[in-house]
Write a protein of this length. Structure first.
Length: 277
């Protein structure tokens, strides 16, 4: 803060006294100094090796592009990384662990390879030269909208309060990865799953002329259990069609669709849904 104020004063003082360039002279090339020292490019082979190690051990928490993933922090702007040269500081964190980060048993060469990979990102912004997507949102939202219309609009809309409306879904599930997991299979996706509202599967069991209805407990070929609306638990042994068992799985439509999506469909649809705020 203090140094920045000083610098601001210095710049103000300079611009107050500096004379403009004489008319007709080419404007001086002005290059903003980088906020952090730029590093010479590392050997691509080393970076590739580091990327592979990083992908296995670190990407899960720090994101594929080191800008922070689920639960981890943005490494590119961490002081420890900015001050690191060849892994000597990064290695310290890796070997000691941190709160929320386990220790890793990696040798010096592995750590310096990983450091080369982490340092290969530009500090200031998105590094286009690497063509690494910042998030998983790489699809085409327009194509996603068309796919939604064709495949999902029979059961869903993106506005309104009626049943099946996905209005606000991207605000409720802000992490695109969770959002993708949620639309692929509602009710799954770890922590994101909790944010997804899914009506539980119910079951109707007919035995000796009596009908039992409730939330499905457990089911296999020989057993079925259910919980009735008042909390009563009932279980039945199954022998073929006796008793008669009818499952009502609200997500049957989703299960059927799952094998039908192509990778492009998935990327496009996620790109579209992140806009449904
Ligand atoms: C399970 C999640 C997880 C994994 C896996 C993980 N980290 Fe971390 N890492 C974290 C968290 C959380 C922090 C922040 C810790 C803190 O604030 O004290 C962190 C912090 C760091 C820091 C900064 C430490 C500091 O003191 O500023 C570095 C460097 C780092 N991690 C590197 C790595 C590398 C390299 C790998 C792979 C070998 C890795 N991490 C794997 C969760 C993880
Ligand atoms: C056959 C009907 C049907 C189709 C087709 C269908 N869904 Fe669903 N979807 C459901 C039902 C039912 C639920 C669960 C809602 C509930 O239980 O109240 C659901 C849940 C969801 C959820 C979670 C909603 C929330 O609030 O957490 C998302 C997101 C979703 N669907 C997206 C999609 C997308 C995207 C498609 C198209 C690829 C699609 N669905 C196709 C019936 C369908």
């Amino acid at each position: 803060m203090f140094t920045r104020t000083l610098i601001t004063f210095a710049i103000l003082a300079l611009s107050a006294t500096a004379q403009g360039p004489p008319a007709g002279a080419p404007a001086p090339a002005f290059r903003r100094p980088p906020a952090f020292p730029e590093r010479p490019p590392a050997d691509p082979v080393v970076v590739e090796r580091g990327k592979a190690l990083y992908g296995v051990h670190c990407a899960f928490c720090h994101g594929v592009d080191a800008r922070g993933g689920s639960g981890g922090i943005n490494l590119i702007r961490a002081a420890m990384v900015l001050n690191d040269k060849n892994g000597e500081l990064i290695g310290q964190a890796v070997r000691e662990g941190r709160s929320g980060m386990p220790k890793f048993d990696l040798n010096d060469a592995q750590v310096s390879d990983m450091a080369a990979f982490i340092h290969s990102f530009k500090v200031g912004g998105y590094d286009v030269s690497r063509m690494t997507p910042t998030t998983i949102v790489t699809g085409d939202a327009k194509l996603g909208a068309a796919y939604f219309e064709k495949t999902c609009s029979g059961c869903h809309s993106v506005s309104g309060a009626q049943k099946g409306s996905l209005q606000g879904i991207a605000a409720r599930i802000a992490d695109p990865k969770m959002l993708q997991q949620t639309w692929l299979m509602p009710g799954t996706g770890g922590r994101g799953g909790a944010a997804s509202r899914v009506t539980p599967t119910t079951v109707t069991v007919t035995q000796g002329g009596k009908v039992y209805d409730g939330r499905l407990g457990r089911i296999d070929d020989f057993f079925v259990s259910l919980i009735e609306a008042d909390g009563t638990q009932r279980s039945f042994t199954r022998d073929g069609d006796n008793p008669k068992v009818e499952l009502h799985d609200p997500l049957a439509g989703h299960r059927k669709l799952l094998p039908a999506y192509s990778d492009d469909d998935i990327h496009n649809l996620t790109a579209y849904l992140v806009t449904v705020k």
